[in-house]
Design a protein around this ligand. Sequence first.
Ligand code: TXA
Ligand code: MG
Length: 401
Amino acid sequence: MTIVWHVDPNDIEPADGWPGLAEAGRLLAAGETVAFPTETVYGLGADATNTAAVEAVFQAKGRPSDNPLIVHIADWAQLDGLVAEVSDTARRLMARFWPGPLTLVLPVRPGAVSPRVTAGLDTVAVRMPAHPVALALIRAAGCPVAAPSANRSGRPSPTLAAHVREDLDGRIAGLVDAGPTGVGLESTVAEVIGDSVHVLRPGGVTAAEMQAALPDCTVVSGGSHAGEADGRTTTGDGVEPPSAAAAAADAADALAYVPKSPGIKYTHYAPKGVLTIVRPSITVSSASALGDSDPDPDPDPLCGWVQKQIRAARQQGERTGVLTTRSRAPLYDADLVIGCGDADDLEAAAHGLYAALRDFDEAGIARMWAEAYPEGGLGEAIMNRLLKAAGGRIVGLSSQS
Ligand code: TXA
Ligand code: MG
């Protein structure tokens, strides 16, 4: 039922376009839904000006209707038709990062897109993806293309065409398969307010990169807590109360002006099993936090603690999983251990994260633990997604008591 076109993005685009894209573009223009690759994740596209088409996207995904969509453009000329104005600061960001994984929230030109795209807001989120196939498809469609990630709502975003088929086969008109996406996490969503840039969702473009491009402006980023409206640090057995540092960060978030992004209140990227993030903490003694009075110093208390949880889960008959870096993966013994990127290779971690979450589901893992990644650069987006996947469950372990 879903037509699939295969396109090799490494081929030079033929003068008359890649085979299949003309048909995919015609379907989009005719109000159908077509999934396509971008440099971040696969998107599920529809003509942004066509309310019935946009409704079909919400329908296929099972997405709450008050969560607005990103509009994708291929040419600068398309921007003016969509927005009422673009500030100098926003223009500088576009000049530096478009095409690329940065979405800007801008004042919408009244009537430019279906009100279902903006969910009734007076702003529209726009981006120009850095993917030759996405750009060719948008041009073939001849309209601005509204596209959320092409996953069922609540599932990890798709980084492979196979992920799109898992979630949406038969529910959408077409799928352009051009292999794996690049970044692996969604675009950064940002809004310019006066002289500051507010990061609503960390993503492929880091806050530091934007700050470097705009030395005279302030880039406000909430760290991995950004947008965690319902994120929480849980307490309970073996789980620390919020650390002083995390509490301070939360308080700072609450005080900072962060404009509303409706999507942030929903649980995203949730694996089917229960995921807990573990990270070293400087504020809690391991003896009290872990109820562990072992006087022998553990050379790797983090791994030791997780293995203890794994043993307990296995005794309950649960399948267990660990997500960590490639270099630390050999330390673990669980039903599925995934080494994803490394502390000094966060690009690889971002690239593999969603596929890893899907692999845990596939393997029927009921309980899994993920080691925290460093939070600098792309680590901010990685930890933001991991925290959401974990429903905010995070455990801080002190490296020594
Ligand atoms: O990389 C990406 O951004 C991918 C690819 C397909 O482009 N798209 C994507 O779309 O991640 P989606 O729908 O999964 O996420 C869009 C986010 C949501 O959090 C939504 O609330 C926010 O952007 N958003 C959209 N329009 C907005 C607006 N006018 N104001 C504030 N936030 C907005
Ligand atoms: Mg999404």
